[in-house]
Ligand binder design. Structure first.
Ligand code: BG6
Length: 517
C-alpha cells in the first residue's frame, strides 16, 4: 500500500533563505519535568516558535510528564500563557496555536513509578495511531540529574527504548546540564546513560552550542580564506573569553551554591567556546569529525598548577553593590545561600592549549555574575606590527589588531585596526570594521533551544556534547575544584563591577589588559 508523504510545512517568508531545508519526521517528544521552569520558559516557547516558522512536521506530538495534576486542556492553557510571555514569535497567533495545541498532551506521573510509565506508553501508542508518529520517541529530561538513572532505567524495563543497531523507529534521550558535578559523577552518569541507550542516542544539551553566533565560529574560521593562515601562535598574542551576566543567582541560590560559576559556566559553555576557537579544521562537516577535533583541544589544556594557583586563577564572590542602577545584595545574603558560603560567583583563568598551533598563547577566560552588563564576547588579540617605520612619528601608535566576536547581545563581529586620521599631520587612530547580524540578516536570531530541539528531531548530534568532551572538561577542572573545596576564600568584588582587582592583575602581570566588551 503506498504510504502518504508527510505534509510539507509552509516556510515563513521572513526566514526563507536563512533556514535549512531539512524537515524532521513526526515523532513523540516526551518532556519529563513538564511543570518546571525550563519547560515553560524555554522548551515549549521554542517549540511553538518552530511551529510558527513552519519548521516542524504537522504530526509532531508533545507529551508533558510530571507530578502535578493537569488535564490536557489545563496544561495547554498554561503553556499558551508561557508562549505568550517567552516565545520569540510572541504574541501567540490563534490559528497557529490551535494547531500546535492539538499535538500537546499531558500525563501525570511519578518519575520513579513503573505504573506511570505504563500510562505514558499507552498514550504514546495512541499518538502513533492518531498522529502518525510511527513509534519515534524523544525523551527530554528537564529534571535534576539525580532522576536520570531512575527514568532511564524504567524506560528501559518498560520496553520504551529501541536499539538503533536493530533498526526500526528511533529513540533518543536529551539530557540537560549539569552533566555531573566532577569527573567521577560525570563518568557515573555516562555509565548509566549507556546502560539503557547507545551513545548516539544521547543528546547532551549545552545551549551555547545552539546560539547562532557560536555556530558561526566554524563558518568564520573555515569558510573564509583570510583568517585561518593567521590563526596560530605566530600571529596571535592571546585570546580572551568573557561570559558576563548582570543578574545574580535569581532564586537559584540552592543549586548555584553547590555548583559555583566554574561548574555552571566554565566547564561547559566556556570550554565549548574555547574548543571551537582553538580546534583544527575537521575532516568533514559532520558530528563526530567536529567533536573529535573539539575534544583534542580540551585534552590539550595544560594542567592548572593548583599549588601556584594565584598565578593562573582568580575566584571571586560578589558583595553588596548595584545592579542596573539599583542596590543589590551580596551573594551571601541571597535566598538559600548560606551566610558563610565560599562559592565563587566569578572566576578568571589563564589557560594554555598545549599543542603545536597554540603553544604559549594565553587563553584568558572569565565568567561572572553581577557584572556591569550581560555580554558574551571572544576577542582574538593579534601581535602588533613591527614598528621601525613609525617609531619616530609621534602621532602614530602601532596597536594590536583585535578581532572581536560578540556572541550576545548585539551579535556580530568587529575588526579593530589603525587608520590615518584625515588631515595634513600623520596621526593614527583605532577604527573598527563591523558586521552586525541584525543589520545584515534582520530580525532576532532564533533561540538556542529552537535549533537544538530541531537537531534532536533530525538526529544530528553536532551541536551536542559528546561523552569524552564532557569528561575531558571535568578532568581539567577537577584538581582546581578539589583544591578550592579544601581551603581558601574567594576575593570579594562589589556587585556591578568586573570582578576583584586580582582578575586585572592576572593580565597586567603579563603586560596585558582585559578588553572592555
Ligand atoms: C546556564 C546557567 O547554563 O546559562 C545560568 O546555569 C546562566 O546560570 C545561563 O545564567 C546563561 O545563559 P545565557 O544564554 O543567558 O548566556
Amino acid at each position: 500500500m503506498p504510504v502518504a508523504a508527510p505534509p510539507v510545512p509552509e516556510v515563513n517568508p521572513l526566514r526563507e533563505g536563512l533556514e535549512q531545508e531539512r524537515v524532521p519526521e513526526a515523532s513523540c517528544l516526551v518532556i519529563f519535568g513538564a511543570s518546571g521552569d525550563l519547560t515553560h520558559r524555554k522548551l515549549l516557547p521554542a517549540l511553538y516558535s518552530l511551529t510558527h516558522d513552519g519548521l516542524l512536521p504537522a504530526g509532531l506530538t508533545i507529551v508533558g510528564f510530571s507530578r502535578p495534576d493537569y488535564t490536557d486542556d489545563a496544561f495547554r492553557a498554561e503553556i499558551k500563557e508561557a508562549c505568550n510571555k517567552y516565545s520569540r514569535t510572541r504574541p501567540v497567533d490563534d490559528a497557529i496555536w490551535e494547531n500546535f495545541a492539538k499535538g500537546l498532551f499531558y500525563v501525570k506521573g511519578e518519575f520513579g513509578e513503573a505504573e506511570s510509565y505504563v500510562r505514558l506508553k499507552q498514550r504514546l501508542e495512541e499518538c502513533d495511531r492518531t498522529r502518525g508518529t510511527g513509534g519515534r520517541r524523544l525523551y527530554y529530561l528537564a529534571v535534576p540529574p539525580a532522576f536520570f538513572p531512575v527514568i532511564s532505567d524504567i524506560l528501559g524495563s518498560q520496553g520504551m527504548v529501541t536499539d538503533p543497531e536493530k533498526g526500526g523507529p528511533y529513540t533518543r534521550v536529551i539530557i540537560e546540564k549539569p552533566f555531573g558535578h566532577d569527573l567521577a559523577s560525570a563518568k557515573e552518569l555516562n555509565r548509566v546513560a549507556v546502560t539503557t541507550f547507545r551513545e548516539r542516542q544521547v543528546f547532551r544539551i549545552d545551549h551555547y552550542l545552539g546560539k547562532e553566533t557560536v555556530q558561526n565560529l566554524l563558518v568564520l574560521r573555515f569558510a573564509n580564506g583570510i583568517f585561518e593562515p593567521f590563526w596560530n601562535r605566530q600571529y596571535i598574542d592571546h585570546v580572551q573569553f568573557t561570559v558576563a551576566e548582570s543578574i545574580g543567582v535569581e532564586g537559584r541560590g540552592g543549586y548555584f551554591d553547590s555548583a559555583g560559576i566554574t561548574r555552571d559556566i566554565v566547564q561547559n559553555h566556556m570550554l565549548q567556546l574555547v574548543s571551537l576557537v582553538a580546534m583544527e579544521p575537521p575532516v568533514a562537516f559532520e558530528a563526530d569529525a567536529i567533536r573529535d577535533e573539539k575534544v583534542k583541544v580540551i585534552r590539550a589544556l595544560r594542567s592548572l598548577p593548583v599549588e601556584r594557583q594565584t598565578e593562573f586563577v582568580v575566584r571571586g564572590q560578589y558583595g553588596e553593590g548595584s545592579a542596573l542602577g539599583e542596590k543589590a545584595v551580596g551573594y551571601r545574603n541571597e535566598p538559600s545561600v548560606p551566610p558563610e558560603s565560599r562559592t565563587e560567583t566569578f572566576v578568571a583563568i589563564k589557560a594554555f592549549v598545549d599543542n603545536w598551533r597554540w603553544a604559549d598563547v594565553p587563553f584568558y577566560i572569565r565568567a561572572g555574575k553581577r557584572m556591569p552588563k550581560r555580554v558574551t564576547d571572544i576577542s582574538i588579540h593579534f601581535r602588533p606590527a613591527p614598528n621601525p617605520l613609525f617609531r619616530r612619528v609621534p602621532g602614530v601608535r602601532v596597536q594590536p589588531n583585535i578581532l572581536a566576536i560578540r556572541i550576545q547581545p548585539d551579535e556580530g563581529i568587529s575588526l579593530k585596526f589603525d587608520s590615518k586620521v584625515p588631515g595634513p599631520a600623520v596621526r593614527s587612530a583605532p577604527v573598527t570594521m563591523e558586521f552586525r547580524y541584525a543589520t545584515s540578516f534582520g530580525g532576532e536570531p532564533p533561540e538556542a533551544y529552537e535549533r537544538l530541539l530541531l537537531e534532536t528531531m533530525l538526529g544530528d548530534s553536532t551541536l551536542f556534547a559528546r561523552r569524552d568532551e564532557v569528561e575531558a572538561a571535568w578532568a581539567w577542572l577537577d584538581p582546581l575544584l578539589a583544591a578550592w573545596a579544601g581551603d581558601g576564600e574567594p576575593a570579594l568584588y562589589p556587585a556591578g563591577t568586573w570582578g576583584p582587582p586580582e582578575a586585572d592583575l592576572l593580565l597586567e602581570r603579563d603586560g596585558r589588559r582585559w578588553r572592555r566588551p
